[in-house]
Design a protein around this ligand. Structure first.
Ligand code: AMP
Ligand code: MG
Length: 346
């Protein structure tokens, strides 16, 4: 299929592009568009055939459910069996924004969208381009990250073009994503709210609104074979560069000593901006994923940096681990998966 690439720099000046993207979605086609988290590959969430196209384009396992994106609370009620008071409070506090809420689904949501589950994941994004496209499409839009399954999520249109050209009808380029990591996923389908995937909305922010919030063990631990999975996405390989990566928990001086020991070996280091000069002085191959004390800069840079390691031909990567507090939990969660759960403590 031919893939049209179009830029949206201004909602008014580029209103024809928005309209075209919305019409494609409304007629069952696939459109990649920017959100504040990462780029999404969108299809009409109520159209089982359109949704099947997402799984085919991404090479995504069929049992990994999709998030339905809407722009107003009124668009959610037809999709869910129940919209509890706790969901209302979350919507008030965090929407539009990087939070996905899981609720019991209604019959309107096809099983293709929910990955065969009786629940549905819903998010109201804040990115103006995403909102304009979804609103004009007039349907809830299922939109997982616009990458081939297993690889790092896309934070620029260039990443989507590399992964999905020939596999989608249109790619809308709206610049770099502000957050850079996928949404926080919170399930309200059980008796206690449960964090299934950490993101820019943090556990302590959620607890301020809801009181008790459980953190699923799969956020920081590898699932053992045979254990029931609450969020199917967590059991698959994710975010991985081609290189074999090890996550290294170390302060600056220990990490630099560790890098020094590897002098002369054909390895790469994924570090903070503040480490780059020392790495350079050692003659080490190094890339930065943000500043040591800024989780937001790390979130924004991580997936791009993982792709740059591939471009550089890195085979072995040692990545300096972020602190896992606040938004850092989300960064750590993605890096742990990118590293296939290989981590060492120095
Ligand atoms: P993606 O949109 O590719 O970032 O992935 C969506 C994430 O949300 C995956 O980890 C899914 O497993 C998870 N998810 C979506 N719907 C549900 C659901 N109904 N129950 C549990 N997890 C879900
Ligand atoms: Mg994804």
């Amino acid at each position: 299929m031919e893939t049209k690439v179009a830029q949206v720099a201004d909602l008014h000046a580029d209103s024809r592009t928005i309209r075209e993207a919305a019409q494609l979605l409304a007629t069952g086609r696939l459109v990649v568009f920017p959100t504040e988290t990462v780029y999404g590959i969108g299809a009409n969430a109520l159209d089982a055939d359109a949704v099947a196209g997402i799984f085919a384009a991404k090479g995504r396992p069929q049992d990994n459910p999709l998030i339905a994106h809407v722009t107003a609370l009124d668009d959610i009620f037809p999709l869910v069996a129940d919209f509890p008071e706790s969901a209302r409070r979350l919507a008030e506090a965090f929407w539009p924004g990087p939070l996905t809420i899981i609720l019991p689904k209604s019959d309107a949501v096809p099983l293709q969208t929910s990955g065969g589950l009786d629940t549905v994941a819903i998010r109201m994004p804040s990115h103006p381009v995403a909102r304009a496209i979804i609103r004009q499409a007039g349907v809830p839009v299922a939109a997982p990250s616009a990458n081939r399954s297993g690889g790092p999520s896309p934070t620029t249109a260039k990443h989507c073009i590399a992964d999905l050209t020939g596999r989608v009808d249109m790619i809308v380029d709206g610049g770099e994503c502000e957050v850079g990591l996928e949404s926080t996923v919170l399930s309200l389908a059980g008796s206690v709210p449960r964090l299934l995937r950490p993101g820019a909305v943090t556990v302590s922010q959620l607890r301020k609104v809801l009181g008790e919030v459980e953190v699923d063990a799969a956020v920081t631990h590898q699932l053992e074979a045979g254990v029931a999975v609450r969020s199917p996405g967590l059991k698959y390989k994710h975010y991985a560069p081609k290189a074999s990566m090890t996550l290294v928990h170390a302060d600056k001086s220990r990490f630099h000593a560790f890098a020094e020991e590897k002098r002369g070996e054909a390895v790469w280091f994924l570090v903070f901006e503040e480490d780059l000069n020392a790495m350079k002085a050692m003659g080490a191959n190094a890339l930065a994923y943000g500043e040591e004390h800024s989780h937001s800069s790390q979130a924004k840079r991580l997936f791009s940096a993982l792709r740059e390691l591939d471009t550089a031909g890195a085979q072995t990567v040692y990545a300096r681990a972020p602190s896992a507090s606040g938004v850092g939990l989300a960064i750590y969660n993605r890096m742990l998966r990118a590293a296939g759960f290989h981590e060492i403590y120095l």
